[in-house]
Structures are given as C-alpha cells and as structure tokens.
Ligand binder design. Structure first.
Ligand SMILES: [Zn+2]
Ligand SMILES: [Zn+2]
Length: 252
C-alpha cells in the first residue's frame, strides 16, 4: 500500500499543514481517509487520481475531517474529468452521517448525490467488520473523542490503522497492536487542554504497547511548529516515528 499525507494539520489555518486528509492506495482501490476543506485541492496538487477515487472514509463529524465533502461532490459533479466515469464512489461515515449530508445537500438543492457516476452512502458503527474493497477487510473502533468517532483498521497485504482524533484509551492498544503502519493523532506536545485528544506522552505510551513497524504522527496543532517531534518521540519510544508533513509519501 501507499500512503500520501495531504493534510497533517488541524482545523487551525496553517501555512504548511492543511487540515486532515490522507490518501491510501490499496491493492484493490484508493481510499481517502477524512476529507477536510483542503482535501480536494490537495489531491490535485499531489497529482493523485482524484477523478477515480474509489472510497472516502469519514471518521467523525468535526468539520476539519468532513468539511470538504460538499465542495468535493460539487466539484466532481461538474468536473470534465468525471463526466465519463461509471464506477461508483462509496462514502463511509459513522451512524448519523446520512442526515448530515442530506441537510447540507438540501440547504440549496445542490443535488450532490446525483453525479455522472453512482454514489453510495454507507453508515458504519463501532465494532463493524466488513470489506471496504473486495479482499480488503476493515474493522472499526469507537474512540474517546466524539460520540460517533471511529478508528479504522485495514488489512490488505499489510496491516494499517488510522486512529483519527482520539483521547487515550487502553482499548486502543489491542485494536492497533502489531500493525505495519499506525497513523495516529498527536494533537498536543504536553499539558493537553482537553482529554479527547492525545499529547506526545499518550501517543508514545500507545506506541510502546502497540509496537507498530512504523508510527506516523499527524493532526499536529501549531504548537508543534519548530519542535523536533521525532527527537522528542525517540526519547519516549525507540521504534520508528515519522512526523507527518504535507506531501509525504510512504510505502506500507
Ligand atoms: Zn480533528
Ligand atoms: Zn475531532
């Protein structure tokens, strides 16, 4: 698999970190992990094949993770590159996603789900197990962030977990154990102002227990600017930690 970081930042506007979005190329299709307001143009900037994107995973309803769904669907409806597309686009979101997309759509009769190609909305709950693409199995985990927020574990030829936003949870350890790449939030450096996110020591305690082959820390608030995140991480866990940066491409 191949992972491209489109946005390593948060909801806070930032010159170098777009809001959260990550492109995962599996053996059976492409999956966009969260669709922030920056995502559509970031896909184009990275020259990714966005007109043929197969699926979108929306982890929760905070707008830094799903605020781009309306502009993306508006763009894909009218873009020259999608007019001859026939294969479906599947959008996976937590339970309760359907009424939100319907309300956004109905606010101005955009008809966003009437695209040149079929669009399917699939609502997913915690503890779900299904194939996101034929032969690519995923499971979900309810994270302590919002009522609906979900982490995703995906098995292709390798194992991958995306925590998205989460507070600390012992239960996350078994969910994310022994994966090839763990894409984890690390919102804050220290003295986190809220329990529903991780700070570095939380993230590294999870990393020590999960023992991923590679750890990628993302969802970085501006307080990480000019801090050597990797050096601080290494002091707490000796495994391979990578700081997410926009445009970074990794093989899994
Ligand atoms: Zn967020
Ligand atoms: Zn959030």
């Amino acid at each position: 698999m191949k992972l491209t970081i489109l946005g390593s930042g948060t909801s806070v506007p930032h010159a170098k970190r777009a809001s959260p979005s990550h492109w995962l190329e599996t053996s059976k299709g492409s999956l966009l992990l969260d669709i922030s307001a920056d995502a559509a143009h970031r896909m184009a900037q990275e020259q990714l094949d966005w007109p043929n994107l197969d699926a979108i995973w929306i982890s929760h309803f905070h707008l830094d993770h799903m605020g781009g769904i309306v502009p993306f669907l508006f763009g894909s409806k009218w873009a020259p590159q999608t007019q001859s597309r026939t294969k479906p686009l599947r959008i996976f979101g937590p339970n309760g996603f359907r009424p939100i997309i319907d309300a956004m759509n109905d606010s101005n009769n955009y008809e966003l789900l009437k695209q040149p190609f079929p669009v399917e909305i699939v609502e997913v709950g915690p503890g779900a197990e299904f194939e996101i693409f034929p032969g690519v199995a995923v499971t979900t985990f309810s994270t302590p962030h919002t009522e609906e927020s979900l982490a995703l574990r995906l098995k292709d030829s390798k194992l991958f977990v995306y925590t998205s936003d989460t507070g600390f949870s012992e239960d996350l350890i078994s969910f994310a154990k022994d994966v090839d790449l763990l894409l984890m939030e690390c919102s804050f450096r220290r003295n986190k102002p809220v329990q529903k996110h991780l700070e570095l020591v939380d993230a590294m305690n999870l990393a020590r227990e999960c023992a991923p082959k590679k750890l990628v820390l993302t969802h970085l608030y501006p307080e990480w600017d000019d801090v050597d995140l990797v050096a601080e991480a290494r002091a707490l866990w000796s495994g391979e930690t990578i700081e997410a940066t926009d445009g970074l491409r990794l093989e899994i």
